[in-house]
Design a protein around this ligand. Structure first.
Ligand code: SDX
Length: 428
């Protein structure tokens, strides 16, 4: 493999270094491009061909449908690990020992209280406010109650900030749900596991004994693992670029929540269920919706299908599809929407439009069916995605700051008016 790429502009040649990652991905290093060419830059809307950073956290291969967190396959982690172990792995780089995991969980529990004044902020929202907007606001508001900036070079200060957000975020997520449900804003039980405590915070009733089927906790735990990180996706890139200005961890995550909310990104899991419900109401006419998805004049897209990177099955979708069957079977739920989803998937996988564009089900296609079976309201589907993605956002922000990456500031190609003289208002 040559060390450089050769670029020729107007007969002049420029050698640009090639870098190769540990999985043999090759990139042209254009850090010096503008300087050596006297001002030539690149343009790549949506960054489809442009890497923003070197990262050691998550590797994915879209052509082969491979996803690994710190070298461990998503299939193994989803089967053998729990969410807090995976969070530790993503953030600190190694699977924790039993003692490390115990301390991590204990430190998170010690930081899981949220200032009572945060409830006053929540009171200001209308009951019907979408929980993603509430969650982004409350996450940003955490800074008001934790104003000290974090010295990212201090492992202790960095660790404190991490356990704080890992402890408080599940509370804020549950409170966003409880506000809509008209339930008191209180806590779970720190004697429970991280995910079971979150489930209790979401659903316990003040005048009922709390109990939960472990199958439900395990299903949520697995879903959170599957959503934990995904290299430089839209919301993670948002967390990185906001953090690159040296804005704090909490506000960077708040920005990531807002990016995730979009229906082309994390908001797709809510949009998938709404689409499947619409098809069910339309006599299950999947062919009509397939036609709409292919009609360039129609803005409708088959939600939960397609991916910027996966041009093969999203490995997470495969795992979630099996889990959906298992969860619904074990809970004795027969959800007609699952059958519509399977029918839609089969049709799309045999349809030339989808085959030509390599459009496969993604992580969002089946996840909503499980969330619904677990009693999670549809507006809470994307907050569930955010809860899962939290450790990934933390890990990526930490890596970006500790590698001392420069502030993110892309260039552009100007296509507007060239210089012109000012016109007095009477002359316009
Ligand atoms: C997530 O990046 C990540 O890693 C994200 C994520 C993560 O874990 O962080 O994996 C989570 O966001 C998953 C994606 C969830 N979004 C959806 O399910 C929304 C529906 N899918 C899309 O809108 C679309 O597929 C995207 C946004 C996911 C990807 O869009 P791209 O890469 O910009 O691709 P594109 O829009 O250029 O599409 C290429 C072609 C186009 O047709 P042509 O112009 O070539 O004729 O495929 C078509 C598109 O019109 N197409 C679809 C389609 N997705 C793409 N046509 C119909 N239905 C779809 N869903």
């Amino acid at each position: 493999m040559s060390e450089t790429a050769t670029l020729e502009i107007d007969g002049k040649k420029y050698e640009l270094p090639l870098i190769t990652g540990t999985e043999n991905e090759i990139a042209i290093d254009i850090k010096t491009l503008r300087g050596v060419t006297g001002g030539v830059t690149t343009i790549d809307p949506g960054y489809k061909n442009t890497g923003s950073c070197e990262s050691a956290i998550t590797f994915l291969n879209g052509e082969e449908g491979i996803l690994r967190y710190r070298g461990y396959s998503i299939e193994e982690l989803a089967e053998k690990a729990d969410f807090l172990e995976v969070a530790y792995l993503l953030i600190f780089g190694e699977l924790p020992t039993a003692a490390e995991l115990e301390k991590f969980h204990s430190d998170i529990k010690a930081e899981s209280h949220v200032d009572e004044d945060v409830k006053k902020i929540l009171d200001g929202f209308p009951k019907a406010a979408h929980p993603m907007g509430v969650l982004s606001c409350l996450t940003s508001a955490l800074v008001a109650f934790n104003p000290n900036t974090v010295n990212v070079d201090s492992e202790e200060e960095m660790y404190r900030a991490i356990v704080k957000i890992m402890g408080k975020f599940p509370v804020l997520t549950a409170w966003a749900h409880r506000k809509r449900a008209g339930l008191p804003l209180d806590y779970g039980d720190n004697s429970l596991g991280y995910v079971e405590n979150f489930h209790k915070m979401m659903f316990h009733r003040p005048n009922d004994e709390y109990s939960v089927d472990k199958k439900i906790v395990n299903a949520i735990d697995k879903l959170l693992i599957l959503h934990a990180d995904h290299e430089q996706n839209c919301s993670t890139s948002t967390v990185r670029i906001v953090g690159s200005s040296h804005a704090g961890l909490f506000v960077s995550i708040s920005a990531g929540i807002s990016a995730l909310w979009g229906p082309l990104h994390g908001g797709a899991n809510q949009a998938v269920i709404e689409m499947l419900e619409a098809i069910k109401e339309d006599d299950g006419d999947t062919k009509k919706y397939m036609a709409k998805a292919k009609d360039k004049e129609d803005p409708f897209r088959l939600m939960g299908f397609g991916h910027r990177v996966y041009k093969n099955f999203d490995p997470r979708a495969k795992i979630i599809k099996v889990a959906a069957d298992d969860v619904l079977d074990s809970l004795g739920i027969d959800d007609p929407v699952l059958n519509i989803a399977k029918g839609l998937e089969k049709e799309a996988l045999e349809d030339q439009y989808f085959v030509d564009r390599k459009l496969y089900p993604n992580v969002d296609f089946y996840s909503g069916i499980i969330y619904r079976a677990l009693g999670i309201p549809v507006e809470m589907f994307t907050p569930m995605f955010a809860l899962g993605r939290l450790p990934g956002w933390i890990a990526q922000w930490k890596e970006m700051r500790q590698r001392k990456e420069p502030i993110g500031r892309p260039r552009q190609v100007y296509i507007g008016e060239t210089q012109r003289a000012f016109k007095q208002i009477g002359d316009r």
